[in-house]
Design a protein around this ligand. Structure first.
Ligand code: HEC
Length: 206
């Protein structure tokens, strides 16, 4: 007999086991007509699930599928897309798409505080925000583009993300009111806590 793909065998056995329970249960209940219907429905559903799992495991991922996730921006800028945005535009987008969770001034509500906290890192109550803590401005772009708004990730255009980054950095006192950010100017920003991290070479020795 031709064996199915070996590494899915445990799941297959489990489904067969579940089927056996359904079969036994229906037989014991002595209702054979509804048993037939239940068995057919169960076995069809089980087979569909099994085929799905077999199809999913070991199938090479396509470049098209992967490309949606290959949007990382390196700390020094590679990966930043074309586009640009200014502080005022960012403020308008923030009010419409971010303030509900992060507060009108980025002070934090159900979403993190994004603005403030400068100078608190060495205190007893450090406030780790984008402004006070994050070492690279490029990470702000990457994070917003990838994950925000929380309820609609990857829905923002590159221009919108540049504008939002400009507004958040401006309110943190890192870029001026007339800042207009693009791939070049964003990567050139030096964040206040840039030197506040130490390398951790694990595995290895300090
Ligand atoms: C529905 C609520 C919600 C909305 C809307 C939302 N966020 Fe968030 N945001 C969150 C939550 C929750 C987190 C924390 C996520 C986590 O830690 O996994 C977060 C985290 C962040 C962070 C990381 C903060 C940190 O210090 O780790 C940034 C930056 C951010 N959001 C920016 C934005 C921007 C810009 C928008 C608007 C485009 C936005 N968010 C809209 C809920 C929201």
């Amino acid at each position: 007999m031709h064996e199915p793909v070996l590494f899915v065998a445990p799941g297959f056995r489990l489904l067969r086991g579940l089927l056996a329970v359904v079969v036994a249960g229906s037989l014991l209940a002595g209702c054979s007509s509804s048993f037939d219907a239940t068995r057919d429905a169960e076995s069809t559903a089980a087979q569909a699930r099994w085929h799905l799992s077999v199809d999913a495991i070991g199938k090479p991922i396509t470049e098209t599928y992967l490309s949606a996730w290959k949007i990382e921006v390196a700390p020094d800028g590679p990966g930043l897309p074309n586009g640009s945005g200014d502080v005022a535009t960012g403020g308008r987008i923030f009010a419409a798409k971010c303030a509900a969770c992060h507060g009108a001034k980025g002070e934090g509500l159900i979403g993190d505080q994004l603005i403030g906290g400068a100078g608190t890192l060495a205190s007893a109550t450090p406030k780790r925000t984008v402004g006070s803590y994050w070492p690279y401005a490029t990470t702000l772009f990457d994070y917003i583009r990838r994950a925000m708004p929380y309820n609609a990730p990857q829905s923002l255009s590159a221009d919108e993300v540049y504008a939002l980054s400009a507004w958040i950095l401006n309110r943190n006192g890192i870029v001026p009111d007339d800042a207009h950010l693009d791939a070049h100017s964003l990567a050139a920003i030096r964040m206040p806590n840039r030197d506040g991290f130490v390398p951790d070479p694990r595995p290895g020795t300090l």
